[in-house]
Design a protein around this ligand. Structure first.
Ligand code: GLN
Length: 304
């Protein structure tokens, strides 16, 4: 019988591993701060213990996985550019700890703003529309981050979260449960609007971070992204706009009058997306919002 590897190690052992991991990170041009973030997640150490190295004297530290396994994954981080979030199995996003695996895109900090933009759009809308109490869609939910952010910010709304990947839906469901929001988020495996046929004309809003990278650009993304994150969540076709174009065309059938249309996009796509929305003819109040880096990142419109 294979001996089970211990998950408890001495503080000294972990201190030694940390020293080596930091040195290897620097040599591999990976930020050494990732080591401490990972140890917070895997070893439950806090920042002060890491900073003061006080854990070095502790008799025992409980790891979530055997040190040998952690070390193997860290080698993968450095040699294969495996994102550190996939090793930890989590990423911080807004006020949540979102579970992630290679089946889902790692939610990005800039995407956090989508929720604030949706909330601000509701605040500006006419009260009698009742947008904050209505049904909202998160199309291409992935880890479920946007659905969870919306459910949290809109305590009276119901969120319908759709993804084509059943593995993604399974992770999104775990995240909704962890956030204690699963009673107001319904999950569906399916193609964009397809599972939401019965909501035609009734949606208060549609929020999405769709794939928007042009296919030809994928290969020049960081190896962390192109070699490890799901291409289904990234590849937006020839000009990167296939999915956004689809969402512009199809959403008017599903949104009620005054309903919110809100998507994330890539740097350089704002003009094209604005034009699509205008030409479609069913939208008004089209606005482009920048992210915190000043990049035109979000397009907002209202169903006429
Ligand atoms: N923001 C992601 C990236 O920079 C792309 C996400 C997407 O295509 N929606 O890789």
């Amino acid at each position: 019988m294979a001996e089970q590897q211990p998950k408890e190690i001495s503080g000294l052992q972990l201190w030694q591993w940390r020293q080596a991991a930091i040195a290897a990170a620097i040599a591999a041009d990976v930020s050494p701060t990732e080591v401490d973030w990972l140890l917070q997640e895997i070893a439950g150490l806090d920042r002060l213990a890491l900073r003061l190295e006080s854990f070095k004297d502790w008799a025992q530290i409980q790891l979530q996985l055997p040190l040998a396994e952690l070390d193997l994954l860290w080698q993968k981080r450095l040699k294969e550019r495996l994102p550190v979030q996939y090793i930890a199995g989590v990423t911080p996003w807004r006020n949540f700890k979102i579970t992630v695996s290679p089946a889902v895109l790692i939610p990005r900090p800039e995407t956090e703003l989508l929720i604030d933009i949706a909330v601000a759009a509701i605040a500006k809308s006419k009260n009698e529309l009742g947008l904050q109490q209505g049904h909202w869609a998160d199309l291409g939910t992935g880890s479920g981050a946007i659905a969870i952010g919306l459910a949290d910010a809109l305590p009276e709304a119901t969120i319908h979260a759709v993804d084509y990947s059943s593995a993604a839906v399974a992770i999104a469901q775990i995240n909704a449960q962890n956030a204690k929001l699963s009673d107001r988020i319904k999950f569906y495996q399916g193609y964009w609007w397809e599972p939401l046929e019965s909501f035609k004309g009734r949606l208060s809003g549609m929020v999405s971070n769709p794939p928007y990278i042009p296919s030809s650009t994928l290969s020049i993304l960081q190896p962390e992204v192109v070699n490890h994150e799901p291409h289904l969540a990234l590849d937006g076709g020839d000009d990167g706009l296939d999915c956004i174009r689809y969402l512009v065309e199809t959403s008017p059938t599903y949104l009620k009058s005054g309903g919110v249309w809100l998507v994330e996009m890539m740097a350089g796509q704002a003009d094209a997306v604005q034009e699509m929305l205008q030409n479609q003819g069913s939208y008004c109040d089209i606005e482009i919002y920048t992210d915190l880096a000043g990049i035109e990142r979000f397009a907002l419109a209202q169903r006429l």
